[in-house]
Design a protein around this ligand. Structure first.
Ligand code: GUN
Length: 279
C-alpha cells in the first residue's frame, strides 16, 4: 500500500513560506496573466492562478483577449508588459488559438519575467545545466515532491512518459541534472510497459485516462501522475490510482497532487522574478 505524496499540503506550506517572504519586501510582486479566448479549462486555471496570487500577497492583473486577437495585438501587449516596471511576471496561458505563433510569443517575453520558463533562453540555460533560469512550474513542482520524501535520484532509473515542452522534456532534463538515468517514452513507444516496469520513478504526463495500470509498475516505485483529465465533473490522472497504489511505494493523487504544486511553483517563480528585477 503506497504512501501518498500530498501535493496539496506541500503546496500549502510552500505558499506560507512565500507569504512570509513577501511580507518582508518593500514592494508587492505582480503577475500579469494573459488569457486568450474562452476555453473553459484555461479560464479555470487562470482563475486559480489569480486566486493563489492574492492569497500570498502577489498582485495579479488579468488580460483577457478575444479568441480572434491578432499576433500583432498580443505582441503589443507583451511589449507593454515587458516595459512596465510594476509587472514582474508574465504568463500567457496555453493552448493559444491557431492564428497565434506560440514560439514567437514566448520568445518575446522578457526572459526575467518568464515565470513559465518557456522562453528559449530559459529552456537553453536549463538544458546546459546553467544557473539563472526560471524553471517550468510543473517539473519544478515534481522535483519538490521528490525532495519532500527525501528521494535520492542519483543513479536511479526514471521513466518519463510524455515529451511535451511544458512537462516531459524539461522534466527529463531536471532528472538528468540530478544524475538519474532517464528514459523518455511517448505516443509512438512500442510496448510501453516494458519501460515503465523498469522505473524506480515513473512520471506520467500524457493526458490519457487509465494509461498506467498496476501491472506496468515496479513494486516499490515512486509514481508521479501529472495527468489532468476531466471525466464528467471529476478530475482524474493518467494512472489507475486504485491499482497502482497497491504496487507503488509512493503515489501522487489527482486531484491534490501535482496540480497544486504547479501553482505554488508559479508563485515561487513570480517572487524570484520580482527579486531578480529589484536586485
Ligand atoms: N497550460 C497548461 N499548462 C500550462 C502552464 O504551465 N503554463 C501556461 N502558461 N499554460 C499552461
Amino acid at each position: 500500500m503506497a504512501m501518498i505524496i500530498d501535493g496539496k499540503a506541500l503546496a500549502k506550506s510552500i505558499r506560507e513560506d512565500i507569504t512570509k517572504e513577501i511580507g518582508t519586501l518593500n514592494y508587492q510582486p505582480t503577475l500579469a496573466v494573459v488569457l486568450v479566448g474562452t476555453d473553459p479549462a484555461s479560464a479555470t486555471y487562470v482563475s486559480m492562478k489569480e486566486k493563489a496570487c492574492l492569497e500570498v500577497g502577489i498582485a495579479s492583473q488579468a488580460h483577457r483577449l478575444a479568441a480572434d486577437v491578432s499576433q500583432r495585438e498580443l505582441m503589443m501587449l507583451i511589449t507593454r508588459l515587458n516595459a512596465d516596471p510594476a509587472v514582474n511576471g508574465i504568463l500567457v496561458q496555453i493552448p493559444l488559438p491557431r492564428q497565434l505563433d506560440q514560439t514567437a510569443i514566448f520568445g518575446a517575453i522578457r526572459r526575467d519575467k518568464d515565470v513559465d520558463g518557456f522562453h528559449p533562453m530559459n529552456v537553453g540555460l536549463l538544458n546546459l545545466g546553467l544557473s539563472g533560469a526560471l524553471l517550468p512550474c510543473t517539473p519544478a513542482g515534481v522535483m519538490e515532491m521528490l525532495q519532500s520524501i527525501n528521494y535520492r535520484l542519483k543513479g536511479k532509473h526514471v521513466v518519463v512518459v510524455g515529451r511535451s515542452n511544458v512537462v516531459g522534456k524539461p522534466m527529463s532534463t531536471l532528472f538528468l541534472l540530478a544524475d538519474a538515468t532517464v528514459t523518455i517514452c511517448h505516443r509512438y513507444t512500442e510496448n510501453l510497459g516494458l519501460y515503465t516496469r523498469q522505473a524506480d520513478v515513473l512520471v506520467v504526463a500524457v493526458g490519457k485516462t487509465n494509461l498506467i495500470t498496476g501491472d506496468m509498475v515496479k513494486p516499490g516505485a515512486v509514481v508521479i501522475d501529472v495527468g489532468t483529465n476531466r471525466v464528467g465533473s471529476k478530475l482524474v490522472g493518467d494512472v489507475v490510482y486504485e491499482d497502482v497504489k497497491e504496487v507503488a511505494a509512493y503515489i501522487t493523487p489527482v486531484p491534490g497532487g501535482v496540480g497544486p504544486m504547479t501553482i505554488a511553483m508559479l508563485l515561487k517563480n513570480t517572487l524570484l522574478a520580482a527579486k531578480m528585477q529589484h536586485a
